[in-house]
Design a binder for this molecule. Structure first.
Ligand code: SAM
Length: 291
């Protein structure tokens, strides 16, 4: 089988999570199983793994990959809902990983609407059960809402002008139509960066990405056994800031801190990895251990 998604920071995740035989592993964004496979190999016959993903294609792939492995259970849900369920069931884990964001198939498959370089519908839902689509955001949101989401989630400058251009071009149907409107609305910006920032902002809103992360971190903390390790890989500063803040509010040298920070600074990809896998360029790994 060809690899659909190359896991980032694969060696660094193993070094910091440090899986041992018999441990219980929770992967909240199991995707195409790259990280999961290498952890599952190390936890041995007495280990157990719970793999979560909100994307149907990822779940189908994981089902195929782990079908004959009775140590593995799969949950098709967003990680906040899955974490609530696991907390309610009083479950706890030695190893927890969240490798947040998009997988390569999300970008490669034009039909999903995540790519500004491929023509597809304005969708961007990681799970089609999500009620909001990119089309609703682009075609129905007020100017103020568009400006605010571009500034807040894409750190876009000149958002006013771009929002005016989007509204004037309505109805927009496809990703390349939106990319053209963005390009034509501003003469100066490096265009690819601007498109990426705006697509990121819309995607964050559609999938509730920051709310998912902010509300899940305290649950992941609860789901850790004593000495359990939690690793989070994020791909942009908005997410990394949330993780950094949670870890520093609950970790460190204070006598009442419940987490020990295993990474004082975020771990990033080696130049070799960033060269061979461009997704690794923005990846940041932070790891904490429950005391
Ligand atoms: C970067 S990929 C993970 C790749 C995986 N670590 C691997 O090695 O194949 C991110 C995955 O997380 C899923 N995902 C993103 N946000 C999620 C959320 N809030 N709940 C559940 N899954 C999510 C995406 O569908 C995607 O499959």
């Amino acid at each position: 089988m060809t690899e659909k998604h190359i896991p980032v920071l694969a060696q660094e995740v193993i070094t910091h999570l440090n899986p041992h035989a018999g441990e219980h592993y929770l992967d909240l964004t199991a995707g195409y199983g790259g990280h999961a496979r290498s952890v599952v190999e190390r936890i041995g016959n007495n280990g157990r793994a719970t793999l979560v993903d909100r994307d149907q294609n990822a779940i189908e792939h994981l089902t195929e990959s782990f079908a004959s492995d009775n140590r593995v259970e799969l949950i098709h849900n967003d990680f906040f809902a899955a974490s609530k369920q696991l907390v309610a069931e009083d479950r706890q884990f030695d190893l927890i990983l969240a490798d947040i964001g998009l997988s390569s198939p999300h970008i490669d498959n034009a039909e999903r609407g995540f790519s500004f370089q491929k023509d597809g519908p304005l969708d961007m839902r990681m799970d089609p059960r999500i009620p909001l689509t990119a089309s609703t955001v682009v075609n129905d949101y007020s100017k103020e809402a568009l400006v605010s989401l571009m500034q807040k989630y894409g750190e876009v400058r000149g958002a006013n002008r771009i929002a005016d251009a989007i509204i004037a071009a309505r109805p927009l149907k496809t990703t390349t139509q939106l990319a053209d409107v963005i390009n034509n609305s501003t003469p100066r910006y490096p265009k690819v960066r601007l498109e990426a920032q705006i697509f990121q902002a819309i995607r964050i809103v559609v999938n509730g990405e920051l709310e998912q992360l902010t509300s899940s971190l305290p649950l992941w903390h609860k789901l850790l056994k004593p000495n359990g390790r939690l690793a989070v890989i994020s791909f942009h500063s908005l997410e990394d800031r949330i993780v950094k803040r949670y870890f520093s509010e609950n970790g460190g040298d204070r006598y009442d801190a419940d987490l020990r920070l295993l990474t004082k600074q975020p771990v990033t990809g080696t130049p070799e990895e960033c060269f061979s896998n461009p997704r690794a360029r923005s990846a940041k790994l932070r790891v904490a251990q429950r005391k």
